[in-house]
Design a protein around this ligand. Structure first.
Ligand code: C2O
Length: 585
């Protein structure tokens, strides 16, 4: 398809996630005079400029409305991108740090035992990407040499030292970890008009937000060692030589070491991209399973933008509307694989503590690299949403000069424009199209499983659930398949998100041996999520690509498919609201 399928991003598509909340109110009505501007957001030429000239008179607290008032540049007509999105939608904007709250543990109704609110300073700078003079180079961690490792260790040691000299220095190691915690622990308000809390995970903010987070983290490290070309190492876990914790993180005396890990997963344990709290993968199959999983997440299941990036999330959207393939799959698996083998999984296996683990930044550098790789594989297909609710979303970070800066999504779409590049490595999953275990299976025709109707839902995943799902269309033409992807939609996925949960989805499994199918075409994909400290029950949705899968199983003429939902972790805490097949352009 040559042009962006705008119809995919209309009100209809996203109505379910938005309509569960009251519609966002206008920021100010015509009757209300705009508030007096207390200070300006300045657009600067780059990170080396001093911070905003005007200080707020209110003791360092700023008013979000004033911030928006000062953003004429961003919201001027010339910069607006045409869009089909609902008129009432408001993109997520930088949170009001002064309203950061510690949050409540909903299960105990006690304040959380962790406070990750950042320091509040005067003034916000509107960040402009500095001109790129020399690219930062991000090496594969397993290929990095001694000299590089020594440099990286020195930078992290300097960052950790800041924790001691000034615990409020936003460049310090703990403060940097808190940045992640605050944006995923429901500590910020989505907007001043909404009491819905902000959560950037499990939505279309996943890639751009983490890209900016690593961007500043890397610049801070570079500035602490006076090396403006410093680049973070990436953990190349999608490539067999990288499918093990990189050695530099496993040296107990190194500043890169973190004691709060699953010690059974230190080298040479193989990293399992389908990990589910206890080992469920035959070690001899980890590599082939991993490559199959990568093929599914990066090629087979992501012909539509939403399936790669995650679901739309604007002001008013409830947390966790729907994660993209990588986020809900290999990303989560490795978070939990690295963290302690306990229900809360510190450090890496829980959002609030993940930023305390140096390996986290290499994990996400690889995800960031995969984003760019995926864009490169797209050819003429759209590489990102044209929706301004995505492009104009803004976030706040501290830069390497301790300035509080505001960034947006549209500046984060090209890593080279942001001044960094990745070491070239193999992507051996690109052509790793799995074979079917059984062709022309009679599993659906012979099955006594109930048909997926509302009467069987909601259903709890405390055991394997099998359902027959009707296919509204079959035997589609090649052109039809190119125009519209057949998608299995699993919706109303309700989980207690303080717990790690995972389930896997298989199509037409004849033998009830799902473990054997993870490197086969029958494996449609998985849902899993990293525990959040601030627990809430959320309803999420995933979509799994069926067009290629059903061709490979040679059942494209069947009226129904047999879907098996196989709980792998925390099944008693997962409820499924419904399953259906749709066709998306
Ligand atoms: Cu923000 Cu991998 O989590």
């Amino acid at each position: 398809m040559a042009s962006l399928p705008l119809s995919c991003y209309t009100t209809t598509q996203f109505s379910s996630s938005i309509s569960t909340q009251p519609p966002p109110r206008q920021r100010f009505s015509a009757q209300t005079p705009p508030p007096t501007r207390r200070f300006q957001v300045r657009s600067t030429g780059g990170p080396n400029n001093e911070k905003g000239e005007n200080s707020p008179p209110n003791g360092g607290k700023f008013d979000r409305r004033n911030l928006l008032m000062g953003m004429g540049g961003l919201y001027s007509a010339a910069n607006l991108v045409p869009t089909d999105s609902p008129a009432s939608a408001t993109p997520i904007s930088s949170p009001d740090l002064s309203k950061c709250s510690r949050g409540t543990d909903l299960s105990t109704q006690q304040p959380l035992d962790v406070n990750c609110c950042p320091p509040v300073v005067d003034g916000i700078t509107n960040y402009k990407l500095p001109p790129v003079t020399k690219m930062r180079f991000r090496p594969a961690a397993h290929l990095a040499g001694k000299e590089y490792i020594a440099k990286y260790e020195k930078a992290v040691a300097a960052m950790k030292a800041l924790d001691k000299t000034d615990p409020t220095d936003p460049r310090g190691y703990s403060q940097q970890a808190n940045v992640h915690c605050a944006y995923c622990n429901l500590t910020y308000e989505q907007s001043e008009d909404s009491d819905t809390k902000l959560q950037i995970h499990n939505s279309w903010h996943f890639y751009p937000w983490h890209r900016w987070y690593l961007y500043f983290y890397e610049r801070i490290l570079g500035s602490l060692i006076d090396d403006p070309t410093f680049g973070l190492p990436f953990w190349n876990w999608d490539n067999p030589p990288g499918m093990v914790m990189p050695d530099m993180f496993a040296v107990t005396t190194s500043p890169l070491y973190d004691a709060r890990r699953n010690l059974e997963h230190l080298p040479p344990a193989a990293a399992d991209l389908n990990f589910a709290s206890k080992p469920t993968t035959d070690p001899s199959k980890i590599v082939t399973n991993n490559l199959t999983t990568m093929y599914g997440e990066m090629v087979r299941n992501v012909s539509k933008l939403e399936d790669f990036y995650g679901a739309k999330y604007v002001v008013g959207t409830a947390p966790d509307p729907g994660p993209g393939t990588v986020e809900r799959g290999s990303h989560t698996a490795l978070h939990v694989w690295v963290g302690e083998n306990t229900p809360t999984g510190e450090d890496m296996g829980n959002f609030y503590s993940a930023g305390r683990e140096s390996l986290f930044y290499s994990h996400h550098a690889n995800i960031d690299r995969l984003w760019s790789t995926w864009q490169g594989l797209r050819g003429k297909k759209p590489k990102g949403f044209k929706d301004k609710d995505w492009l104009d979303a803004t976030y706040l970070f501290y830069d390497e000069n301790k300035n509080l800066v505001q960034v947006n999504v549209k500046d984060a779409l090209d890593n080279e424009k942001m001044g960094y590049t990745y070491q070239k490595v193999d992507n051996p999953w690109v052509n790793y199209r799995p074979k079917p275990k059984v062709k022309k299976s009679k599993a659906a025709k012979n099955s006594k499983a109930p048909t997926a109707t509302d009467t069987i839902f909601p259903v709890k995943l405390d055991k394997v659930v099998k359902v027959l799902v009707d296919r509204p269309r079959k035997s589609r033409s090649k052109k039809d398949k190119e125009d519209e992807e057949e998608l299995l939609v699993i919706e109303g996925i309700e989980v207690d998100n303080s717990k790690f949960v995972r389930f896997e989805v298989f199509i037409n499994d004849e033998d009830d041996k799902p473990e054997d199918l993870r490197d086969k075409a029958e494996f449609a994909g998985a849902y899993s999520q990293v525990p959040h400290k601030n627990s809430t029950r959320t309803k999420s949705k995933i979509r799994l690509g069926l067009t290629e899968l059903l061709e490979d199983l040679d059942v494209d003429d069947d009226d129904q498919i047999l879907v098996a939902l196989v709980p792998k972790a925390g099944g008693e805490d997962i409820t499924i609201g419904g399953i259906k097949i749709i066709y998306a352009s």
